[in-house]
Write a protein that binds this ligand. Structure first.
Ligand code: FEO
Length: 426
C-alpha cells in the first residue's frame, strides 16, 4: 500500500487561486498566484508535459515549480525563482507590486529550475541583496556573475518586520548548496527540493486533493524521489532529523503540493523513501523487461503469474517502452530486482544496459537479483549482467542465457532462481 494513501483527505479545490494559461512560452503551460497566508504568496508555474525535467525525466503528468513571497512590515522577501524565460511580474502585479518592491532574494538552491530567470532579473535589480549558502554564492557567480551574495550562517535569522526567516542548511538535498528557509512566526518551512514531487494538481494543499490527485501523487512523489533525490538519501535522513526538531505547521516545497493538514505524512514518507537506500525495503519485485521478438517476454509472463500465485507484488517495467525513470521508481522501493533482457550482438540488449547503469548511478544496491534472457546464435547478456550486478553490489541468485524459446531445463533453471527470490521475500 503506498504510504500516501494511508491518509484520508476531504475533497475540494482552492477557491482563491488565480490561474493564468500560458500560450506563448515553451517550457510552461500554466502559472498561478495563491495566498498561503495574509502575507505569504505562492507563485507556481506548471511545466509543459512534453518537456523532460532536468533534460532527462519524463513528466507526462507534469510538475510544478514553486516560489514564495513573504511580506513583512518593513521588507519583502522572494524565496526562489523560476527557469529562464519566465518571471513573476504578473504575480507581483496582482499584489500591487513590481520587482522594485522586492527587498531581499532568498535562494535555497541554485539549480536553474529555480534560478534560470535570474539572468534577466539581475539586469533589472543588479543590487538586490541575495541570501544563500557559501556554495550557492560561488554558483551564483559562475552562472549569473552575481558577486555580492550574503552567505548565511546555520539558523541565521532575517527580520522582515514581524516576519522572521531562519536559514537551515540541508546540504545535498538536492545539491551541496541547498538550504531550507523557516518562516518562524507562522511555522512555514520553505523546504526547496526536499518533500517535493512530480505531478501536476489543481489542488494546492494536501487536504484539498481529489482521489485522482492522491493516486497520481502516490507514485509521482516516489518517482521524483528516486529520480532526483535518491543518491542523497543519507543527507535526506539528516534533513528529516533537523526539521523534525522544529515547530512546523506547513511544508512548502519547490515542487508539488503544500502540506498543512498532515505535515508528518510527507516527512515520514521521505524518511521511509530514504531508508530504502540501505534497506529494509518493500517485499516487492521490480522487473526490468526488454524483449525484441517476445521470446524473453514469454518467460517473463510466466514469472508474473508465479509471483501472483505467491502473493508477491511484482512491478514489470518495459525498457525502453516505459522508460528507465519509471523502472528506477519501482526498483527503489523493491527488495528484489529481476532483469529480463535478450542478447544483442553478443552482449546485453543496449537499452537494458543503459537502464542498469542508471540504477547503479542512483544507488540501487543490495537487492536480491537474477537475470534471464533469450539469445540465438550466441549468449553474452548473462555475463554482462553479472559484471554490472557485481559493481552494483546486488546479491545475484542466477543469470541464465537460453537459446530461442528455451528448453525445459532452461525454464526450470529460471523458475528455480525466481522461486528462491519469492522465498526470500516471504
Ligand atoms: Fe528543483 Fe534541484 O532543483
Amino acid at each position: 500500500m503506498p504510504f500516501f494513501q494511508e491518509v484520508t483527505f476531504p475533497k475540494g479545490l482552492p477557491e482563491t487561486a488565480n490561474y493564468i494559461e500560458i500560450k506563448e512560452m515553451s517550457i510552461y503551460h500554466e502559472r498561478m498566484k495563491y495566498s498561503v497566508t495574509k502575507n505569504t504568496s505562492l507563485f507556481r508555474y506548471q511545466y509543459d508535459k512534453q518537456k523532460l525535467f532536468e533534460g532527462a525525466w519524463p513528466i507526462k503528468d507534469g510538475v510544478s515549480v514553486n516560489a514564495y513571497l513573504v511580506q513583512g512590515s518593513e521588507k519583502t522577501a522572494l524565496i526562489d525563482y523560476v527557469e529562464e524565460g519566465a518571471s513573476f511580474d504578473e504575480e507581483l502585479k496582482e499584489l500591487g507590486l513590481t520587482v522594485e518592491d522586492i527587498d531581499v532574494l532568498v535562494l535555497n538552491h541554485m539549480e536553474p529550475d529555480h534560478t534560470g530567470g535570474l539572468r534577466d532579473f539581475f539586469k533589472r535589480r543588479p543590487d538586490i541583496p541575495v541570501y544563500c549558502t557559501k556554495i550557492a554564492s560561488t554558483e551564483l557567480i559562475s552562472l549569473y556573475d552575481k558577486k555580492d551574495a550574503h552567505v548565511i550562517k546555520p539558523m541565521e535569522e532575517l527580520d522582515l518586520g514581524g516576519a522572521t526567516l531562519a536559514f537551515i542548511p540541508v546540504p545535498n538535498v538536492h545539491w551541496p548548496d541547498t538550504m531550507s528557509t523557516l518562516y518562524k512566526e507562522e511555522g512555514i518551512l520553505f523546504s526547496c527540493d526536499a518533500f517535493g514531487a512530480f505531478g501536476e494538481t489543481k489542488s494546492v494543499y494536501d487536504d484539498e486533493l481529489t482521489e485522482e490527485e492522491k493516486n497520481l501523487l502516490a507514485t509521482e512523489t516516489e518517482r521524483y524521489y528516486a529520480n532526483i533525490v535518491a543518491p542523497f538519501s543519507n543527507f535526506v535522513l539528516k534533513a528529516v532529523d533537523s526539521v523534525s526538531a522544529l515547530d512546523i505547521k506547513m511544508v512548502c516545497p519547490s515542487h508539488g503540493i503544500l502540506w498543512r493538514k498532515d505535515v508528518k505524512c510527507i516527512i515520514d514518507w521521505y524518511k521511509r523513501l530514504a531508508t530504502y537506500f540501505a534497506g529494509p525495503r518493500e517485499k516487492e519485485i521490480a522487473m526490468l523487461l526488454s524483449s525484441m521478438y517476445g521470446n524473453t517476454k514469454a518467460l517473463a509472463d510466466e514469472l508474473v503469474k508465479r509471483a501472483e500465485e505467491a502473493g508477491v507484488k511484482m512491478h514489470v517495467v518495459r525498457i525502453p517502452d516505459d522508460g528507465a525513470s519509471f523502472l528506477l521508481e519501482k526498483a527503489w522501493r523493491s527488495e528484489a530486482l529481476v532483469v529480463a533482457a535478450p542478447t544483442y550482438e553478443k552482449a546485453m540488449f543496449p537499452e537494458a544496459v543503459y537502464a542498469m547503469d542508471l540504477l547503479a548511478r542512483k544507488g540501487i544496491k543490495g537487492r536480491k537479483s537474477m537475470f534471464f534472457g533469450s539469445s540465438l546464435w550466441s549468449g553474452g547478456a548473462a555475463a554482462e549482467y553479472k559484471g554490472l550486478a557485481e559493481k552494483m553490489g546486488l546479491e545475484v541468485v542466477d543469470a541464465i542465457d537460453y537459446r530461442g524459446v528455451g528448453t525445459e531445463a532452461d525454464r526450470a533453471k529460471v523458475f528455480a532462481a525466481f522461486d528462491q527470490i519469492l522465498e526470500a521475500l516471504k
